[in-house]
Each structure stands twice: as structure tokens, then as C-alpha cells.
Design a protein around this ligand. Structure first.
Ligand code: ADP
Ligand code: MG
Length: 280
């Protein structure tokens, strides 16, 4: 691929420093990963394998110990907080727990508009207007801007999380298990919405999940993490249907996936029903 990667890890290692009696811990090493514009890369692996660590590092929330990390054109390998400011406006992150990532004392309209306001992107009427657009883009009534997080369901709060993450139209969105706290039916709607937004806005996306069925729906490519290392990367079908690495093979064997034909039909049906909804 000759295009510039939106996210590029080159031989990256990430450490958690020693804290009190807890010794320093290398949570990721030898990480090589690229995500290109418009691409969704699924990051899978069991709990504790280092997925969240990579996700947070991707948006500058964790420093790296070794290697080179390039995010939307900035080499942030040695960045300090001030260097990261321009980057924060081009990246967004959605966390697993939609409740804890929103300020409970802030009406959701204000939460959604905050990144834009702080970046000096809009204020007053223009900001209100943008918040309303963002609410509609995540299929929430604009009247909800005056509600507080506790007045929303989990699925609705997660959609607020997405609206906030997309407020500055980022080039990279990291979604860290955004559906794990949601009921199955709500999960499907949320994934539909994320997919539709991604197709429209074409941001690159690192989608972290331990759920292979979810990455099978969303991801163009998949990277498999095991004990702090990426053991295998490839297209969705390579990883899920023809895994080469023994760890990936075990991971896949543990969850029955629909066969590729059935899954393709499912995707096409979803796309067709989306298209016809759009016409109505
Ligand atoms: P995953 O998201 O795949 O479940 P994480 O990235 O959260 O994995 O964690 C990877 C490893 O790093 C785990 O062994 C975890 O215990 C450790 N870890 C995570 N956060 C911290 C932290 N703040 N301090 C020390 N170790 C941590
Ligand atoms: Mg995690």
C-alpha cells in the first residue's frame, strides 16, 4: 500500500512503570501494525493480552518505551503532553464502559460539544448546531442534549460516547470493546451504527474486541494479540477461516463462526436493508 498509514507501530514496546510495590511491567513488545485511511482493523486476543494497552497508546494516552509510533502523520514516540495537543484533535476513543467515560454532572449535549469547544472549533449557536448534528448522526433525539448520563440507557450512553469521539471528525477512532457492556440486541444496533458512520466519514478505526463474531462483522483486517505480542495479522478471512498461528487456531476453535458464505450473505442483506432504509 503506497498511501500514508494513519496509525503505524514499528517495533514498539510499552511498559507500565513500577508503582509502589508493583514492579514495572512490559505489557506489549515487538509491535508492528499499520492502519490505512478508511480501514477497520480488529484487534483480538484474550483478556490481559495487551489490547487496551495498544489502543490507549494509539491515541497518545500511554507513552511507548521503545520503537516508533506514528499517529496521523505525527511521530509521537517521544512526545510530551504539549506535543500531543494537535494529535488529540485528529483522534477519538470510545471506551468499554459508556457510563464512566461521561461526566455525570454534565448534560450530554455539553459532553458532546466539549472537545470541539476546547479545540476552539465552535462556540455559541454554531456549537449548538454541531451538537444537534452529532446527536442525529448517532440517532438520538436532539432534545436529549439536556439530559444527564444517568437518564440514558447503556446503548444510548455508548452512542453519546461515539458522538463525542467524532465531534472533531477524527482521522483515527479507537474503539475499545465498545459493545461488551451492552445487551446482544443493543450490541447489533450499535455495530450497525458504527459501520454506517465509518462508511460515511471514512475514519480509520482500531476496533478492540475479544469477540470474534463482532470483528467478523466489522473488520477488514484482523491482528491477533497474545501475551503482549502480535502473533498473526491478515484479512478477516485469512485470520478467521485460515489461521496459521497455533494460538489463533485455538482462539478460533473456541468459538464457532458462521461459514464465510453465510456471513457474506448476512453482510449483503444488512447492506441492502440499510440502502432501502435510506431511500424511505
Ligand atoms: P486487555 O485489554 O487485552 O485485557 P490490557 O492492555 O488491559 O489487556 O493489559 C495488558 C497487561 O498489562 C495485563 O497483564 C495487565 O495486568 C497489565 N496492566 C494493564 N494496565 C496496567 C496498569 N495501569 N499498571 C500495570 N499493569 C497494567
Ligand atoms: Mg482491555
Amino acid at each position: 500500500d503506497t498511501r500514508e498509514a494513519v496509525l503505524r507501530f514499528e517495533n514498539v514496546a510499552i511498559d507500565y512503570p513500577k508503582r509502589g510495590r508493583v514492579p514495572a511491567f512490559r505489557a506489549a513488545e515487538y509491535i508492528n501494525l499499520e492502519i490505512f485511511p478508511g480501514e477497520i482493523v480488529g484487534l483480538v486476543g484474550e483478556s490481559g493480552s495487551g489490547k487496551t494497552t495498544l489502543g490507549r497508546a494509539s491515541v497518545g494516552l500511554l507513552p511507548i518505551a521503545e520503537g516508533t509510533l506514528t499517529v496521523v502523520g505525527h511521530d509521537i514516540s517521544h512526545a510530551n503532553q504539549k506535543d500531543l495537543r494537535p494529535l488529540r484533535q485528529k483522534t477519538g476513543i470510545v471506551f468499554q464502559d459508556p457510563g464512566s467515560s461521561l461526566n455525570p454532572r454534565m448534560p450530554i449535549g455539553q459532553s458532546i460539544g466539549e472537545p470541539l469547544f476546547l479545540a476552539g472549533g465552535a462556540k455559541g449557536k454554531a456549537l449548538d448546531q454541531r451538537v444537534q448534528e452529532l446527536l442525529s448522526s448517532v440517532e438520538l433525539p436532539t432534545s436529549y442534549r439536556n439530559r444527564y448520563p444517568h437518564e440514558l440507557s447503556g446503548g444510548q450512553r455508548q452512542r453519546v460516547g461515539i458522538a463525542r469521539a467524532l465531534a472533531l471528525t477524527p482521522e483515527l477512532l479507537v474503539a475499545d470493546e465498545p459493545t461488551s457492556a451492552l445487551d446482544v440486541s443493543v450490541q447489533a444496533r450499535f455495530l450497525d451504527l458504527l459501520q454506517e458512520l465509518q462508511q460515511r466519514l471514512q475514519f480509520a478505526c482500531l476496533f478492540v474486541s475479544h469477540d470474534l463474531a463482532v470483528v467478523d462483522i466489522l473488520a477488514h483486517r484482523i491482528a491477533v494479540m497474545h501475551r503482549g505480542r502480535l502473533v498473526e495479522q491478515g484479512t478477516r478471512d485469512e485470520i478467521l477461516r485460515h489461521p496459521k498461528d497455533p494460538y489463533t487456531q485455538r482462539l478460533i476453535a473456541a468459538v464457532p463462526l458462521p461459514d464465510p458464505l453465510a456471513q457474506r450473505e448476512r453482510r449483503e442483506t444488512r447492506a441492502a436493508s440499510k440502502a432501502s432504509e435510506g431511500q424511505n
